[in-house]
Design a protein. Structure first.
Length: 128
């Protein structure tokens, strides 16, 4: 397992993010997915994070993102959604009035399941 380091933390924070188009309209083409990947990678990199994987279908995208502990996920997601919608509309002449749904799905990607972690924490030797 790979860990990252900062001056006061050792961490591994990876998240799977899914963003869907407004009303799940089938707007995304291979060309748009390629543009979205480029835009998302740039935004994520500028925040000091890394885009590990990216793909999508006609009405949603998947991003696997490695972040730092000081990143506010809702702000990062907002930046991704805002910038991608603006840049796609600018490049394609405001073809898409409302691009993304206001909602999203995000889940952490840990290397241990929740039950194993609970057992580990509960089995710590408490001082008397």
């Amino acid at each position: 397992m790979k860990f990252n380091k900062s001056h006061n933390a050792i961490f591994s924070l990876t998240f799977h993010l899914i963003i869907v188009t407004k009303y799940r309209k089938k707007l995304l083409t291979k060309e748009l997915l390629d543009e979205l990947k480029e835009i998302c990678a740039s935004i994520i990199y500028n925040d000091g994070c890394e885009l590990l994987e990216f793909n999508g279908e006609e009405n949603h995208i998947h991003l696997l993102i490695e972040t730092k502990p000081n990143i506010t996920l809702s702000k990062l997601i907002g930046a991704i959604k805002t910038a991608t919608a603006r840049r796609i509309n600018k490049r394609h002449g405001r073809k898409y009035r409302h691009f993304w749904s206001p909602s999203y799905f995000i889940i952490s990607c840990g290397n241990v399941n929740l039950e194993t972690l609970k057992k580990y924490i509960n089995n710590q030797n408490c001082p008397p």
